[in-house]
Design a protein around this ligand. Structure first.
Ligand code: FES
Ligand SMILES: [Fe+2]
Length: 381
């Protein structure tokens, strides 16, 4: 691989890859908070690493290694005890730092000599974040508008069968909206912006600011936060909401899978929000069971988007998923033909390439900072 090609390898994100090292310099969401109750453990795979996520009885989440140090069974099948996790097979017990603290069947325990990996964890905006990098984690970026007591938050997770960079590229791509989301926009009666937009992009302290101007004079402002965050005001399939601020994280699972985590601002609170979220989550759980199947059927030519119920809560996501998985799990970018409408994609890749080069050469990478006045906008009418 030539040096330039190496810096362009955004695809592979395992622990020993350049992009993997870069992404590990940032906190990454790994799970939705509401999907992990106290006393539960689950296996997770993030950045090509298998890990165990559990929530202690106290409510604190922990991320430790995937396998028990004894005879390597999967730790997520074990039992949570207090803030520790006990292995299912022979009962070795680990605390949240990965330290083994009990070996029940050993006449002369050597637990103090046994530990497995562990990573810092925190919760924010309805998501569980882990820091999988080396050394002390950076401060967790905060988004004050989403902390407002006037709104509720709906944290969503969508598993997508393609490389995360298909979705990263999509963050800077407004030309797709007219085609990919045309049917939804018609159903929702969203005709505020129409036609093919002109996209202007500029590097910012956080990543890329983009302004999207439509032929009817309407304009949208949105922000991309390095390395894998999109902050926009976007479509939600729901008659009570229609549009919401969306903070999106595109997190690699491995080369051919990623998770699209999305935090949505819901413009009401209290009992109304609780009931709305419950209804929404029940419907979402039913839909999630067949989303990948529907997308696969479309790609195989057995269905078309028009055959899918436009009232699914994830309909906009299905539209994006079809387009992105349709590029191939790992697209052949050598044979792309980029144009003026790809100006955001081009800038994004240039910035990524620059940062990977700096990392590879031992130079400082840019310190990205979210500023609270970076608020996405969408015209009201
Ligand atoms: S494999 Fe975990 S205690 Fe034996
Ligand atoms: Fe989209």
């Amino acid at each position: 691989m030539t040096r330039a090609a190496k810096y362009l390898d955004f695809i592979h994100t395992g622990p020993n890859t350049l992009a993997g090292k870069y992404l590990r310099m940032f906190w990454q969401p790994v799970f939705c908070s509401h999907e992990l109750g106290p006393g539960r453990a689950v296996p997770i795979r993030i950045l090509e690493e298998d890990l165990t996520l559990y929530r202690g009885d106290s409510g604190s989440p922990h991320v430790i290694g995937f396998r028990c140090a004894h005879r390597r069974t999967q730790l997520s099948i074990g039992w949570v005890e207090g803030d520790c996790l006990r292995c299912f097979y022979h009962g070795w017990k680990y605390d949240g730092s990965g330290q083994c603290v009990e070996q029940p069947a050993e006449p002369k325990p050597f637990a103090d000599k046994v530990s497995i990996p562990s990573y810092p964890v925190t919760e924010y905006l309805g998501l569980i974040f882990a820091y999988l990098g080396k050394g002390n984690p950076p401060p967790l970026p905060r988004y004050p508008k989403l902390e407002s007591s006037d709104i509720s938050l709906d944290a969503v997770r969508l598993d997508r069968i393609c490389n995360y960079f298909n979705n990263i590229d999509n963050s800077l791509d407004n030309a797709h909206v007219r085609f990919v989301h045309g049917r939804h926009r018609e159903t929702a009666g969203d005709e505020i912006v129409k036609g093919d937009p002109m996209i202007s992009v500029a590097e910012s302290e956080w990543g890329i600011k983009r302004e999207v101007r439509y032929p009817n004079g309407k304009a949208i402002t949105a922000y991309f936060g390095m390395p894998n965050i999109n902050y926009l005001n976007g479509q939600v399939v729901d008659p009570e909401i229609k549009r919401a601020d969306l903070l999106v994280f595109k997190v690699p699972v491995d080369d051919e899978h990623h998770i699209h985590f999305e935090v949505r601002s819901i413009p009401f609170t209290g009992e109304r929000a609780r009931e709305w979220l419950q209804r929404r989550r029940e419907k979402r759980a039913r839909e999630a069971a067949n989303r990948a199947v529907l997308v696969e059927e479309v790609l195989r030519g057995r269905l078309h988007l028009n055959d899918i119920d436009p009232n699914r809560t994830d309909y906009v996501m299905v539209e994006d998923e079809i387009a992105q998985t349709g590029q191939g799990k790992i697209p052949d970018r050598k044979h792309e033909h980029l144009g003026r409408s790809d100006t955001g994609v081009i800038l994004l890749r240039q910035i990524w390439q620059r940062e990977l080069r700096a990392l590879a050469e031992g130079q400082p990478t840019k310190q990205w900072t979210y500023r609270p006045d970076m608020i996405p906008t969408y015209p009201d009418s």
